[in-house]
Design a binder for this molecule. Structure first.
Ligand code: TMP
Length: 213
């Protein structure tokens, strides 16, 4: 049974929309679904999220950033993800441990061994059954993210969206590396209309959609 599905991708890859659509499709088939996100998903992790994404915190040390993501994850796994899996729900999570490898490892250049160790500690060894990487060129993703921020009156947190293009390209490269080495990854082309991407997501998640509740 595939129960824990994570969505990954660079900024503006459309994860939030596609999670909502996959959740609707799964519910129509009778599954109980929990949708959540990282960093965040519960009050303590949401409070850490506001510290992490505040554009005023440009000077945050990379190791402090890494530890805050780990702290948010430890709380989120304990309070939301594990209990939902224990209740027999399918959990769709917007980002998880792979984001830390891509952003803090490939993006910031922190040691990969240290990150793996912290990921294990924070997740208690929980590994997704399936990871969908919504892939698109970073220029297009950032264009979409900036457009979305403008629509939100600039109220969204945007510390990462202010990073240089080279940073986001390293993050994308990190995701491609993970997708090539971890068999649980499926790469989904995130370019094109939302409906088309939703069809690609549904086909990548077909084994789950076909399983009964
Ligand atoms: P979001 O924009 O997809 O909600 O993600 C919030 C930001 O946090 C995004 O820029 C990626 C970043 N991030 C990390 O750098 N490391 C992590 O472990 C996670 C979960 C997110």
């Amino acid at each position: 049974m595939t129960s824990f599905i994570t969505f990954e991708g660079v900024e503006g890859s459309g994860k939030t929309t596609q999670i909502r659509r996959l959740a609707e499709a799964l519910r129509l088939r009778g599954h109980s679904v929990c949708t959540t996100r990282e960093p965040g998903g519960c009050p303590i992790a949401d409070a850490i999220r506001s510290i992490l994404l505040d554009p005023a915190h440009g000077e945050m040390a990379p190791r402090a950033e890494l530890l805050l993501y780990a702290a948010a994850r430890a709380q989120h796994v304990a309070e939301v993800i594990r209990p939902a899996l224990e209740r027999g729900e399918i959990v769709l999570c917007d980002r998880f441990t792979d984001a830390t490898i891509a952003y803090q490892g490939f993006g910031r250049g922190l040691e990969r061994d240290l990150i793996s160790h912290l990921n294990d500690l924070a997740s208690g060894g929980l590994v997704p059954d399936l990871t969908l990487l919504l892939d698109l060129p970073v220029e297009e993703g950032l264009r979409r993210a900036l457009e979305r921020n403008a629509l939100d009156d600039g109220m969204r947190e945007g510390r990462f969206e202010q990073e240089a293009l080279a940073f986001h390209n390293r993050v994308r490269e990190g995701y491609h590396h993970l997708a090539a080495t971890e068999s649980r990854f499926r790469v989904v082309d995130a370019l094109g209309p939302e409906d088309e991407v939703a069809l690609r997501v549904a086909s990548a998640a077909a084994p789950v959609l076909e399983e009964g509740p």
